[in-house]
Design a protein around this ligand. Structure first.
Ligand SMILES: [Fe+2]
Length: 251
């Protein structure tokens, strides 16, 4: 009987091991590919559930922000882009010279997802240097997820509502990259402003309306100039603006 030298034996085993591990990797890659869709679908179902909860007031707006941000932290950007067919959505589009263009899309049919979603959605397309102009929100909960490009993102708490201005406090001021996100509610980080610093930039936005029953303010956006008079304690007196002036100044 031919005996393998220790050296040959080691070599042969190593070869077998490598083959096994290669096969294992291949199988695992395949398994991941199979799982890709269900993970994203689950994410979408989670988002829908949370938006329903905040609208029904079974969770607070602050809890909605926290849970939504946790969900957003888990989204795989590549999978999400596939889900909304980002390539198709953004090919040959007409960009705008001021502000952001809103692109409409539909999510694919996902089991368990109602035909009519509780939340609204869109993708903002921006040229470099253009902005989703500074604005606050009444009776709304919203979220941004950066899909492509870098943006300078700023948020402010809205502390006091005056007749012609707000007293606001800067809360977030940093560069946002693809995959990063932020949220808005009536109670926290209510005002936001995102300026594209690369060409082009795309943001996914979701919004839920009527999350504050009894609110006497008209539901929707309120435009504001966050670069106003500096007050004590880092606060700012921010003048209310109309749509046009906000876009003339910041679009
Ligand atoms: Fe907004």
């Amino acid at each position: 009987m031919e005996l393998l030298s220790r050296r040959d034996f080691t070599k042969q085993s190593l070869g077998t091991l490598l083959t096994y591990s290669l096969m294992e990797t291949l199988f695992r890659t395949d398994a991941i590919a199979e799982e890709v869709k269900p993970i994203t679908n689950k994410w979408l179902l989670g988002v829908e559930q949370l938006t329903r909860d905040v609208k029904d007031q079974t969770i607070t707006q602050l809890a909605w922000q926290e849970k939504t941000e946790e969900l957003f932290s888990r989204v795989e950007l590549e999978e999400f882009l596939q889900l909304i067919d980002f390539e198709k959505l953004t090919t040959n589009i007409k960009m705008v010279d001021n502000g952001a263009r809103s692109l409409k899309f539909e999510f694919p049919n996902v089991e368990g997802l109602p035909k009519k979603l509780v939340f609204g959605k869109q993708v903002f397309a921006l040229h470099k240097g253009r902005s989703v102009v500074p604005h606050g929100h009444n009776n709304m909960a919203t979220a941004f997820l950066i899909l492509k490009g870098d943006l300078h993102g700023r948020h402010y708490d809205r502390l006091e509502d005056g007749e012609k201005d707000f007293v606001i406090k800067p809360t977030i001021d940093r560069t946002f990259q693809p995959g990063e996100y932020s949220t808005v509610s009536d109670f926290k980080d209510n005002i936001h402003w995102f300026k594209a610093i690369t060409e082009p930039a795309f943001i996914f936005n979701l919004h839920v309306l009527n999350v504050r029953p009894g609110s006497e303010l008209p539901t929707g956006r309120v435009y504001v100039d966050p670069q106003g008079e500096k007050l004590k304690g880092g606060l700012i007196r921010a003048r209310k603006l109309g749509y046009k002036e906000a876009h003339d100044l910041y679009g």
